[in-house]
Design a protein around this ligand. Structure first.
Ligand SMILES: [Fe+2]
Length: 295
């Protein structure tokens, strides 16, 4: 197994192994897990991935998320991101699938709006468009480390509210369905996630963030926008250009990502599985003190 940097500061390509072998071999898993903790984004190319292999790989890292009712793929472990319908035809630009793809193009962290947020996402390319459609990543760990000490300290004592309907509402008012609104009430998280393995801290932010505890609504939103801009400065990202068979895994505690646009006439099909964060991943340190006291 070889580990090849994608950038000097974060992200690596893992070569010479398949997801199936990693899932079946403790030593390989431990090496990949260490790379995940250290480098935040892992790229695997030329994988012959089906849903069974992807799920077995996902399970090595923790509990796979169940896709909630009201969402595509509900009740199962697989979220299908696509722009074509059951008839195989590409959907119109105002179709829910197309609008969801647009929401996905905002900088975000997967599942920050859930009562158990995500440790990792694993995305595999099944059908890729000819032009565009990449996925772009930034390291919120490196962003946090670049902030002045006073801002770091402020963030360590700050808590943000995350709401699924908020990010979807930026694209279309009713894009979050009533069932989804019920399934995902707003949740509050510390704005800094400390990795318990290496002690490094990362800004925890997303397009789902709709307010900052103790700040007036507009001031909180402006602070979130400012932090997003600081974390996504030009030249700090890695954009993955997908080929069929590629799999990318990322640490949702230490990165933000966004989908990039592509011509709406070209089909795209990606399958995502997600690992829920656990106490071992530092989840218990993320809850606001009030919430901890209530439990
Ligand atoms: Fe995402």
């Amino acid at each position: 197994m070889d580990i090849v940097p994608l950038r000097p500061d974060f992200g690596v390509e893992i070569r010479g192994v398949t997801l199936a072998r990693i899932a079946a071999d403790d030593a390989l898993y431990n090496a990949v897990r260490a790379a995940f903790e250290e480098h935040s984004v892992l790229v695997f190319r030329g994988q012959d991935t089906d849903n069974d292999v992807q799920l077995a790989f996902t399970r090595r890292f923790g509990e796979p998320e169940i896709v909630p009712v009201g969402t595509s793929g509900m009740g199962g472990h697989f979220i299908t991101l696509t722009n074509f319908g059951k008839d195989g035809k590409v959907v119109a630009p105002d179709h829910r699938y197309a609008l969801r793809n647009k929401a996905n193009q905002l900088w975000h962290t997967d599942s920050s709006f859930k009562t158990t947020p995500a440790l990792a996402s694993i995305l595999s390319a099944r059908v890729v468009p000819e032009h565009g459609g990449g996925t772009e990543f930034v390291s919120t760990r490196l962003a946090f480390e670049s902030f002045p000490a006073a801002l770091q300290q402020r963030l360590e004592n700050s808590f943000a509210w995350h709401n699924y309907a908020h990010s979807k509402g930026k694209i279309a008012k009713d894009l979050a369905s009533p069932a989804e609104r019920d399934a995902f009430p707003p949740v509050c998280w510390r704005m800094v996630w400390r990795n318990p393995v290496n002690g490094r801290k990362a800004l925890y932010l997303a397009s789902h963030a709709c307010g900052v505890e103790g700040m007036a609504e507009q001031a909180g939103l402006a602070f979130i926008d400012e932090l997003t801009d600081l974390s996504t400065k030009q030249g700090t990202s890695y954009e993955h250009a997908w080929k069929p068979g590629d799999v990318v895994m990322w640490d949702n505690r230490a990165t933000m990502h966004r989908g990039r646009p592509w011509p709406g006439t070209e089909p795209r099909l990606m399958v995502r599985t997600t690992v829920s964060a656990s106490a071992a991943d530092g989840l218990e340190t993320m809850r606001p003190p009030k919430q901890q006291a209530a439990e």
